[in-house]
Design a protein around this ligand. Structure first.
Ligand SMILES: [Fe+2]
Length: 347
């Protein structure tokens, strides 16, 4: 399979620093390198002149940082998120693109398989998604901008960010609770598939139906994710049940506990909807992406009974009100006839 364009090359021991991410930093938190010969050479030192670096990056020059400096870099990037997201001099779309790039950069390590989920990485992921959540709760313009910015390729971390963002806007739309409860939807949405770090890639990306043994391994990811989070934090956080329950289905057909709708927490049911929607509308190695209309139709017709229908109908109304999908205003009214049609089917 060809290397996706979002993955930049770097020699062993280094990682690339995309220009958009670099622009967000006010002071260099670590040394910066360029890669011109057999090995990277030092270009700018920690605390050095960032204006020159940013100007070069904007003209297409690529920079690297050492992997051992990743914690410093990710800490600085996470700290920059509230400023980036709230910078009124920049359009919502540009703010969203920068925030999304930062989140993807900061969150990639915790979705790396064969690496234990560590306390500091988890706490950093909370901080990153909390900044985005707070902005989405305060700034309507950022909602459709973040949705328009979503990347829909096969990477686990982008599906995680998308699920968190959709989860926040759905939870806000249906008033699932206050900021604390919505923050938990975001954290649970972000980390819902963290247990897939423990599932072999041969099973995750298999371009054919799984056999019984493989399917059992796959189904284990919900409970594994819950256990990983509890182990890393030393306690069970208030969003952990979402991770454990995100594959439970209202008709009892889900896993791991085959719970019925009344036994599944409402925030878990909301995350189940947005997880399925983002998965269906994203590319995977084994499938192409559905349109929003196709995905919602599948969820209301072919998967009838699996999701909380009231929440699903609200999600469809929410999507129909976004100009990102129908070219109209953010009104809450469905002006896209396709989406209005999905509400009528099997209603
Ligand atoms: Fe999952």
């Amino acid at each position: 399979m060809p290397t996706p364009s979002f993955i930049l090359a770097a020699p062993p021991g280094y990682e690339p620093l995309p220009a958009r991410v670099l622009v967000a930093i006010e002071t260099l938190p670590c040394d910066l390198y360029i890669w011109r010969g057999p090995r990277p050479i030092l270009y700018a030192m920690r605390g050095g002149d960032l204006r020159r670096v940013v100007a070069r990056a904007q003209r297409g020059m690529s920079f690297l940082v050492r992997e051992i400096d990743a914690d410093l870099l990710h800490g600085a990037l996470t700290a920059s998120l509230p400023r980036v997201l709230g910078d009124q001099r920049v359009s919502p779309i540009e703010r969203s693109k920068t925030a999304y790039s930062i989140a993807a950069k900061v969150l990639t390590p915790i979705f790396t398989r064969d690496r234990p989920l560590d306390h500091d990485g988890l706490v950093l992921s909370h901080a990153a998604i909390d900044s985005i959540t707070m902005r989405l709760l305060e700034d309507d313009d950022m909602v459709w901008a973040m949705v328009a910015t979503m990347q829909k390729h096969a990477a686990t971390h982008t599906h995680a960010i998308n699920t968190a963002v959709y989860g926040v806007v759905l939870a806000r739309f249906v008033r699932i609770g206050g900021p604390q409860e919505i923050r938990d939807v975001a954290r649970g949405g972000l980390l819902h598939d963290i247990g897939k770090n423990r599932v072999p890639k041969s099973i995750l990306d298999k371009p054919a139906p799984l056999d019984a043994v493989e399917w059992q391994v796959m189904r284990g990811h919900a409970r594994a994710g819950y256990d990983m989070i509890v182990r890393a934090l030393g306690h069970s956080p208030s969003y952990a049940h979402i991770v454990a329950e995100h594959h439970e289905r209202c008709d009892g057909s889900g896993y791991p506990a085959s719970r019925l709708g009344s036994q599944i927490a409402l925030d878990s049911q909301a995350v189940a909807i947005v997880d399925a929607f983002d998965a269906l509308t994203s590319c995977r190695p084994y499938k192409t992406a559905m349109t929003a209309f196709e995905a919602l139709r599948v969820m209301r017709v072919a998967m009838r009974g699996q999701f909380n229908d009231e929440l699903l109908r609200e999600f469809i109304r929410l999507l129909g009100g976004w100009n990102v999908l129908n070219g109209g205003s953010v009104s809450g009214e469905i002006s896209n006839p396709d989406l209005a049609g999905v509400l009528k089917v099997a209603g």
